[in-house]
Design a protein around this ligand. Structure first.
Ligand code: M6R
Length: 609
């Protein structure tokens, strides 16, 4: 969480920092601040609230320095406030530090520093970093940062500046992302590339344990031990425009609408020979390795976890092997049973989620090969996994994940059918049928996206309710969980997903006159069973909104509203079912005047555990 930016060059730093912070606001938005090295002194300005509040506070009379750092915060230690906002200074205000991560031993460090005479003003863990740098400074900022990070336990991406050494920024990372953008007589630092994509595409990705000294004309990267490292410059391939709203009122709507394109990108080069052959060379698995897979373990958080749940149903059905799906935050503190025949998969849009990364590392320690499904090239997860399957969704900015989820599902289907092909579990005809069905999906999503008005009407019913239920059986249950998460995270309507068959074991008590119940009924094998559950809800006067495949059952008579989805293989229906649910959440949130792209208390990239 939190977004960090840094600039050093010949231009006025403040507008560049501000622009960068706005691009990183998805990482946190409860307070923001900047520190600038001005000719006379180091100036720090910060404000509680979104970046616009800081912008208003500073107005047009911004400090003129050409070196500076900035931060947008997602609070962990200390409530959002002006004082807890970053940058933080030492006692003397000669040093300023921005930080993303959690310093786990900050209480011990704080009392040690207090005994040395340091005076603290905030409740944050970060402030110890500023005091440590000040404490160790002997004329060399790099040495002070090295000494400081050696004392710190936990995770950090940090940048420090000092008015005693005006021509440099010093940054370091451990378990939190940091990239350096390379310009002409100017350089940038940020938590994520969009912050400086309007200026440069050439980057260094800082690895754990690395420290960089960045001046206007040079970037030197060192290990904590002081060894100078030679790193390769990477080139960012996506466009700055892709990270803009492009005329849509919200990133979320733009990203929902981009889904057909994202699916096509994810499919590219992976469905061959008239859709009869699945190709995933990036897996680099030998036929023996594939044959030896006897179990799949999928670990992820939030929406990515929900994608894993869909995969469990699909893989068990098609591959006939057990699939475990676990929340990363649970997995890492259990005693999971993995063995050499387990294919271990982590799913993460950002590739930076702290719990997912920790789960990946745990699986590696246990000797497992890890396959990552991620959207961000060069992310920590991508770098640390043995193999990577990229979801080519493009940058996802809205906190609510949409196109990343859809492309995660698509990648998981591709993986499932690829393994089935290599294990010879399906006939050529069955593989071709699946390939063609997958190929149809982007177009089918397009047709759903044209029916926005229908979904908007359904959403209008939801907006006045504080509670809603999502029910479904089998694959529909997995999608129901994602539908409920989407609705609650952006519209703040309390939403719960239940396996339809579970209703009578407690939840039915909550069904009252008119309460919205979104019933997903796309799985033909359990239609009759689902219908019985719908009748149980109707008998208690619940308001049932049904999502079903066209041409299955005539649901109109049974429910209050039905949205017919284009038909496809039952196993692939989650890709189609979730799209109107995303739109439903979006319009419910808009109808309730919620801050769609930046829901309260959340952040896009959860880099703390
Ligand atoms: O970047 P990741 O896929 O690892 O993120 C995992 C979750 O934080 C994320 O999916 C979260 O649940 C979304 N905001 C939900 O829309």
């Amino acid at each position: 969480m939190c977004g960090i930016v840094g600039y050093i060059g010949e231009q006025s730093a403040y507008p560049i920092l501000l622009e960068g912070l706005k691009k990183l606001e998805y990482r946190g938005y409860d307070s923001a601040g900047v520190a600038l090295l001005c000719p006379e002194e180091l100036k720090v300005i910060k404000a509680k609230g979104e970046i616009s509040v800081l912008e208003e506070k500073i107005g047009n009379g911004f400090p003129s320095g050409t070196v500076g750092i900035g931060h947008t915060r997602w609070a962990t230690h200390g409530a959002p406030s002006d004082i807890n906002a970053h940058p933080h200074c030492g006692c003397s205000e000669e040093f300023a530090v921005v930080h993303n991560g959690i310093i786990e031993n900050y209480l011990g460090l704080r009392s040690w520093l207090e005994k040395q005479g340091h005076h603290f003003v905030s409740e944050t863990d970060t402030e110890v970093l500023a005091h440590l740098v000040e404490h160790f400074f002997d004329g060399d900022l790099l040495r002070a940062v090295v000494q400081s990070v050696k004392m710190v336990e936990g995770s950090f991406a940090m940048v420090a500046i000092s008015e005693n050494e005006k021509g440099k920024l010093v940054c370091a990372r451990k378990d939190s992302p940091l990239v350096i953008g390379l310009g002409e007589r100017e350089n940038y630092i940020a938590s994520d590339v969009p912050a400086f994509l309007g200026h440069t595409r050439k980057i260094y990705i800082l690895e754990d344990g690395e420290i960089a000294v960045v001046t206007a004309n040079s970037v030197e990267i060192l290990s904590v031990g002081g060894e100078v490292l030679q790193k390769e410059v990477s080139e960012v391939t996506w466009d700055a425009a892709e990270a803009e709203k492009g005329g849509y009122p919200h990133f979320m709507l733009k990203e929902i609408m981009e889904q057909p394109r994202a699916l096509r990108e994810t499919m590219r080069g992976r469905l061959l020979k008239g859709c009869s052959e699945f190709s995933l060379p990036e897996l680099n698995l030998t036929p023996e390795e594939i044959r030896s897979i006897e179990q799949v373990y999928i670990v992820a958080c939030g929406t990515a976890y929900h994608a894993g749940l869909v995969a469990k149903y699909a893989m068990e059905k098609i591959l006939h092997i057990p699939v475990e799906v676990d929340l990363a935050s649970e997995f890492r503190y259990r005693a999971p049973l993995l063995n050499k025949k387990t294919l271990f998969i982590v799913i993460s849009q950002s590739g930076e989620t702290a719990d997912t990364l920790a789960a990946l590392r745990l699986a590696r320690q246990k000797g497992n090969k890890v396959l990552a499904i991620t959207n961000v090239v060069g992310s920590s997860v991508a770098r640390e996994a043995h193999r990577v399957l990229y979801t080519w969704a493009g940058p996802e900015i809205a906190v609510a994940s949409t196109k990343a989820y859809l492309t995660q599902l698509f990648s998981l289907y591709l993986l499932t059918y690829y393994l089935a092909q290599e294990k010879k579990l399906l006939s050529p005809e069955e593989l071709k049928e699946a390939g063609e069905a997958l190929y149809r999906l982007p177009e089918q999503v397009e047709t759903i996206l044209k029916r926005v008005d229908e979904v908007r009407e359904i959403a209008a019913y939801l907006t006045s309710w504080e509670s809603a239920f999502f029910i479904g059986r089998n694959l529909d249950y997995a999608v129901a969980m994602e539908g409920a998460l989407k609705l609650k995270e952006i519209s703040y309507i309390h939403a719960e997903a239940y396996a339809s068959g579970e209703l009578k074991h407690g939840t039915l008590a909550l069904i009252v006159d008119g309460i919205p119940v979104i019933a997903l009924v796309t799985q033909r094998a359990v239609i009759e069973k689902s219908l019985s559950n719908i009748k149980e809800v109707k008998a208690r006067c619940g308001h049932v909104i049904c999502f079903a495949q066209e041409g299955t059952i005539e649901f109109q008579r049974e429910v209050d509203r039905v949205f017919y989805l284009p038909t496809n293989l039952d196993v692939l229906m989650p890709i189609l079912t979730v799209v109107p649910l995303q739109l439903l959440s979006y319009y419910a949130a808009v109808g309730r005047n919620c801050t769609v792209d930046k829901p309260r208390n959340l952040a896009k990239s959860v880099t703390v555990e």
